[in-house]
Design a binder for this molecule. Structure first.
Ligand SMILES: Nc1ncnc2c1ncn2[C@@H]1O[C@H](COP(=O)(O)OP(=O)(O)O)[C@@H](O)[C@H]1O
Ligand SMILES: [Mg+2]
Length: 227
């Protein structure tokens, strides 16, 4: 079995605006080992979100190859791709994207249900994960009744609900104050290690990247290793 959670080679992505072509990703290569935590740094506009969208199979590259859990996601049918996404990937964004009418528990449970987990097991898993992010006392709260930091912790629990092999987190602390930022990041690193899940953490803040196993920076559409 492959030791890699993700293997991307020669990824190119261009956008055409007003007759101009912008080559945002220019032959980018990236390997992520199972259980590895990798920080993707780069100034605003350097292509971090573009890269994570492609790695998360939400967007397609203009060229390049990719293997997720040993499979080429872009060779799959839409149905198989949805299944791969639901089973292998977890997502976290700058804004939580929780469903406003569902409780914290239901938001996390739903993610497991979509991955095919039965109702009761999904609820058990959601309860367990909310406990791990310190929110056992907030199960029945709706997103609107939670603080910003708590919402992102629910979003973290949700990203892990399907036991993904790879979690893609795009500026997950971008909207938080320094204290809550650190709380979320410590939790994220602890859980990633505890569950042996690979994490790709995109951030423009070098301080956030210090806890990662590896730090990479997007420069001119490719990744360079940072110390
Ligand atoms: N759908 C799109 N259409 C046109 N340009 C885009 C699109 N998505 C991103 N871009 C451009 O690609 C560049 C990289 O964007 P993005 O990946 O969001 O950067 P980052 O996340 O590092 O801030 C930006 O210049 C942005 O304007
Ligand atoms: Mg971005």
């Amino acid at each position: 079995m492959s030791e890699l959670a993700l293997c991307a080679t020669g990824i190119v992505r261009e956008f055409r605006e007003n007759g101009q072509t912008l080559r945002i990703l220019d032959g980018l290569d990236l390997d992520v080992k199972k259980g590895e935590i990798v920080a993707i740094l780069g100034v605003s506009g350097s292509g971090k979100s573009t890269l994570l969208s492609i790695l998360g199979t939400l967007d397609r590259p203009d060229s390049g190859t990719m293997l997720l859990g040993g499979r080429d996601p872009f060779a799959l049918s839409d149905r198989e791709l949805s299944k791969l996404r639901a089973n292998e990937l977890g997502f976290m964004f700058q804004f939580h994207h929780l469903l406003p009418d569902l409780s914290a528990l239901e938001n996390v449970q739903l993610a497991a249900r979509i991955a095919g987990v039965g109702f009761t097991e999904a609820a058990d898993r959601a309860r367990d994960l909310l406990g791990q992010v310190g929110l056992s006392q907030r199960e029945t709260h709706r997103p609107g009744q939670l603080s910003g930091g708590e919402r992102q912790r629910v979003a973290l629990a949700r990203a892990l609900a399907n036991k993904p092999s790879l979690v893609l987190a795009d500026e997950p602390t971008g909207n938080l104050d320094p204290h809550n930022c650190k709380v979320l990041l410590d939790m994220l690193l602890d859980l990633a290690h505890a569950h042996q899940q690979a994490f790709l953490l995109a951030t423009h803040d070098p301080n956030l990247a210090s806890g990662a196993d590896r730090r990479l920076r997007i420069v001119d559409g490719r990744l360079e290793e940072l110390p």
